[in-house]
Design a protein around this ligand. Structure first.
Ligand code: CP
Length: 332
């Protein structure tokens, strides 16, 4: 039995991330990270990117540091990349098995966190289905502990946002004049929210959110973006097309949600539809992908697809973030 806990969501998550000297101590959201800091993190991550097949970059910058991965929701990419990132930087990495953790026996999340803190875990990487969990934990840990949000309900997935920004910069070399179309289940997508926040801060020319009406965000949630329900209009001349997974685990009822065939017919990204986008447009997907639903399978494996590059960049971005926060907590 896992106790259902309520996590108050405050409005100061963005400020809570910074230590007294202004350095990044937690990463809870991309809100509040200014352009200079985003660019710094992307530059840091770039140092860890190597071509496929080349030796990976390793250093000992996290030697003596302990990182715990606490994934209370399923993950392949984020969890594996935080694990590899910590090990490549010389950290001790603990992957807590949540199925056999005491939270299943009714232990509160804070008691789990205090237990790990007593074991001198320095950085806790947290994924949870409830909104507010990473910030709630960050408010309660000691000064020498850092919390990294690895996916929070439909709210935020900041390291995914950073790896998406890095991939776009590598392929396009700039942000200023880009038209980016994010397509699919925007309403339930933490990936879309973090990407949108980062792209807005970096000053892209136009952000389009394309979805069926039932999967659209509130009209006033992202005032800097334009909402579309017609895919073909949304894709026209886009430089970057980001397909999203349908978040079935977060969709309460199916009323108004298209069936699979109808979804692909109206919102699936195919090679034919990509002809509407800019001639050198790239197609992205955060994974896990539902081939033939959100994206045509052959398009996902085509030269226009940067999906494996996104995955590779995930390790580099998480190395950069781990290094950054480890310096902040070492100073504390
Ligand atoms: N993109 C992403 O968060 O994938 P995982 O759920 O596999 O971590």
């Amino acid at each position: 039995m896992q106790v259902i806990e309520a996590f108050p969501t405050g409005d100061n998550e963005a400020d809570l991330q910074f230590a007294a000297d202004g350095s990044l101590r937690h990463l809870l959201t991309l809100k509040g990270l200014d352009r200079a800091l985003l660019i710094d993190l992307l530059d840091d991550a770039e140092r860890f990117v190597t071509p496929p097949g080349a030796p990976v970059v390793r250093n000992r910058s996290l030697a003596g540091c302990t990182v715990a991965n606490l994934f209370f929701e399923a993950s392949t990419r984020t969890r594996a990349s935080f694990d590899l990132a910590g090990k490549r930087l010389g950290a001790d990495v603990l992957n807590l098995d949540v199925n056999t953790s005491s939270r299943k026996k009714g232990e509160s999340i804070l008691d789990t966190i205090y237990t790990l803190q007593a074991m001198q875990v320095d950085i806790m990487v947290v994924r949870d289905a409830s909104a507010g969990v990473p910030a709630y934990i960050a408010r309660h840990v000691d000064d020498h502990v850092s919390i990294l949000n690895a996916g929070e309900s439909d709210v935020s997935h900041p390291t995914q946002g950073l790896l998406d920004l890095l991939t776009i910069r590598q392929r396009k070399g700039r942000f200023e004049d880009l038209v980016v179309a994010i397509v699919g289940d925007i309403a339930h997508s933490r990936v879309a929210r973090s990407a949108a926040q980062g792209l807005h801060t970096l000053g892209i020319a136009e952000l389009r959110l394309v979805s069926p009406p039932a999967l659209a965000p509130d009209a006033d949630e992202m005032p800097y973006a334009s909402l579309f329900h017609d895919l073909e209009t949304g894709l026209r001349d886009a430089d970057v097309v980001m397909a999203l997974r349908i978040q079935r685990e977060r969709i309460g009822g199916l009323e108004g949600i298209p069936g699979i065939d109808e979804y692909f017919a109206n919102y699936g990204i195919s090679a034919e539809r990509m002809q509407l986008a800019a001639p050198d447009a790239i197609v992205m997907h955060p994974g896990p992908m539902n081939r033939g639903i959100e994206i045509e399978s052959s398009l996902a494996d085509s030269p226009a697809s940067v999906i494996t590059q996104q995955v590779a960049n995930g390790v580099a971005v998480r190395m950069a973030v781990l290094e950054r926060v480890s310096k902040a907590i070492a100073r504390s």
